[in-house]
Design a protein around this ligand. Structure first.
Ligand code: DGL
Length: 261
């Protein structure tokens, strides 16, 4: 069984890619909805949540754990690997490397939570891969919450996102890295904003490929999905159709359940 977790709905974008790449694996998706968003919390808080959730997933029998959250990966994946050294883990980091490879203008922008934006891990990723490419890091406070509330077609939000991105696009950024898994669900809002000027870069498929490499026997299950949440499990399940993921619901082995971890 593979355990995949996020603060809330964002990691469902990663879950969708993993399901497509490993259709027979049994998957558990854990949303820490009692504590979403992580992006405005401090590192110690996020680390504590990550370790508790990962231990819970390990106790359920998960043999691979996916931190489907850039914020949690930046703050805690190193501690997680130290704490549970026997369980392989896959983290999610902004697609700086593919964006640097694809840019023609020599300028890219990473959209992320405030926590990821200030993280040492992102600075290191940029210094390792950017070379002479200029990287703008643009925190987007409130965007993950917009996804959580499923207010995705709010014209006011589209306008504020346009204004938020305008300076970096006007400066020539031609790759817009979605550095938070929630932002995948904002693609319909962001596409028209960047159209003709920049491309969106999402790493969900790359993460799924890494899961295929590390899945081992977890690859061979019955293709079942379990949904767990620390608050409002019914809202997690109801979000599937709202996010265009009804097809995942057919894999559910029961209703989403609340767990306290
Ligand atoms: N989905 C998460 C990420 O990838 C975190 C969003 C949040 O909880 O602030 O960063």
């Amino acid at each position: 069984m593979i355990g995949i977790f996020d603060s809330g709905l964002g990691g469902l974008s990663v879950l969708a890619s993993i399901t497509q790449s490993l259709p027979h694996a049994d998957l558990v998706y854990f949303a820490d909805t009692a504590h979403v968003p992580y992006g405005d919390k401090d590192d110690a808080f996020i680390r504590n949540r990550v370790l508790n959730i990962a231990r819970h997933l390990a106790d359920l029998g998960c043999t691979l754990i996916v931190v489907a959250c850039n914020t949690a990966t930046a703050a805690a994946v190193a501690s997680l690997r130290e704490t549970l050294p026997d369980i392989p883990t896959v983290g999610v980091e902004p697609g700086v490397k593919p964006a640097v490879a694809a840019t023609k203008s020599g300028r890219i922008v990473v959209l992320s939570t405030t926590s990821t934006a200030r993280s040492e891990r992102l600075s290191r990723l940029i210094s390792q891969h950017a070379g002479d490419v200029q990287v703008d890091v643009l925190p987007c406070p409130g965007w993950a919450t917009k996804v959580e509330t499923l207010h995705l077609d709010d014209p006011g939000f589209a306008e504020s996102a346009r204004q938020h991105l305008a300076p970096t696009l006007d400066s020539g950024a031609d790759q817009v890295v979605l550095g938070c898994t929630h932002y995948s669900f904002l693609t319909p809002v962001l596409e028209p904003i960047v159209a003709g000027r920049a491309e969106l870069v999402d790493v969900a498929e790359a993460v799924a490929r890494q899961c295929v490499r590390l899945a081992g026997t977890a690859e061979h299950g019955r293709g079942r999905l379990t949904l767990l949440a620390t608050a409002h499990p019914e809202a997690l399940q109801a979000a599937l159709p709202a996010l265009g993921l009804s097809w995942l619901a057919t894999r559910l082995i029961g209703a989403a359940r609340q767990v306290s971890v």
